[in-house]
Ligand binder design. Structure first.
Ligand code: HEC
Length: 214
C-alpha cells in the first residue's frame, strides 16, 4: 500500500512539473514555410553564429532550403560548402566572457523540452527588472545576452518584429535538428503507396486462385 501511495505521489508531482514546464513556454505556432526557415537561417548565421556553433550542419546543406546560389554565397561569405557552421569567435574568449561555452545549436530544438517553442520563449523571454538588469523568464539567470534586444523594445511593432524573428530562428533550428525529415516523409508516402498496390495485387491473385476451387 505504502509503495502504491508513494508511486501515486511521484506520478502526481511529475505531472505537476510537466504542466509547470509547459506553462512557462510561449504558446506559439512555429512555422514550417520555406520563407520562414530561410529567414531563420539568415538570422542564425548572422547573429547566433556570433557565439554558437551548429557543428552538425554544413553550409552546402543550406541549399536544401531553396536559397539561390547567390543568396547562399552571401550567407556563407567565403566559407566552403563542406564546412560546418561554426563561430569565428575564439573558444577561450567565449569561455572567459561568459563563464562557459555557448552550447552547440545543431540539435538544440530536440535537446530541450518544448523544442522550438522553448527557443522562441528563450529569445523573447528577456525583460528588464526594476533595478535595470536583464533577466529571462524561460531561463532565469541565463548567461546569454539579449541578442535580439527584446528587453529594450518598447514599441509594439518593434516587439512583433522581434517575435517574428525569434519564431523564424526557432523554425530554422527545428529544421536543422532534422534536415532529412522532409525526405523521410516523402519516402514514407512511397512506401505506403507501394504497400497499397501490393495489397491490391495480392487480393486480386488470391481471388483468382480461390475462384478455381469453387
Ligand atoms: C553573444 C553571444 C551569444 C549569441 C550571439 C547568442 N547566444 Fe545563445 N547562448 C550564449 C551563451 C553564453 C549561452 C549559455 C547560457 C547559459 O547556459 O547560461 C547560450 C545559450 C543558448 C541556448 C541554450 C539555453 C539552454 O537552455 O541551455 C539557446 C537555445 C541559445 N543560446 C540560442 C541562441 C540563438 C537562437 C541565438 C541567435 C538568435 C543565440 N543563442 C545567440 C551566447 C550567445
Amino acid at each position: 500500500m505504502k509503495i502504491l501511495r508513494a508511486g501515486v505521489v511521484i506520478l502526481l508531482s511529475m505531472a505537476a512539473q510537466a504542466v509547470q514546464a509547459e506553462a512557462e513556454l510561449a504558446n506559439v505556432d512555429i512555422p514550417k514555410t520555406p520563407e520562414a526557415v530561410q529567414r531563420g537561417a539568415e538570422t542564425a548565421v548572422n547573429t547566433c553564429l556570433g557565439c554558437h556553433n551548429l557543428k552538425f550542419l554544413k553550409y552546402g546543406e543550406l541549399s536544401q532550403l531553396g536559397f539561390t546560389d547567390k543568396q547562399l554565397d552571401d550567407l556563407r561569405s567565403g566559407k566552403g560548402l563542406k564546412e560546418a557552421l561554426r563561430t569565428d569567435m575564439d573558444p577561450t574568449m567565449l569561455r572567459e566572457g561568459f563563464g562557459l561555452l555557448p552550447p552547440d545549436l545543431s540539435l538544440m530544438a530536440k535537446a530541450r523540452e518544448g523544442g522550438p517553442r522553448y527557443i522562441y520563449s528563450l529569445l523573447t523571454g528577456f525583460y528588464q527588472k526594476s533595478d535595470g538588469t536583464v533577466d529571462n523568464h524561460a531561463f532565469p539567470g541565463v548567461k546569454m545576452p539579449d541578442v535580439l534586444s527584446y528587453s529594450d523594445a518598447k514599441d509594439p511593432a518593434q516587439r512583433t518584429a522581434i517575435e517574428e524573428q525569434a519564431r523564424d530562428v526557432a523554425a530554422f533550428l527545428a529544421w536543422a535538428a532534422d534536415p532529412h525529415a522532409a525526405e523521410r516523409y516523402r519516402l514514407g508516402y512511397y512506401v505506403l503507396a507501394y504497400l497499397v498496390v501490393l495489397t491490391l495485387l495480392l487480393y486480386l491473385s488470391k481471388r483468382r486462385i480461390w475462384a478455381r476451387l469453387h
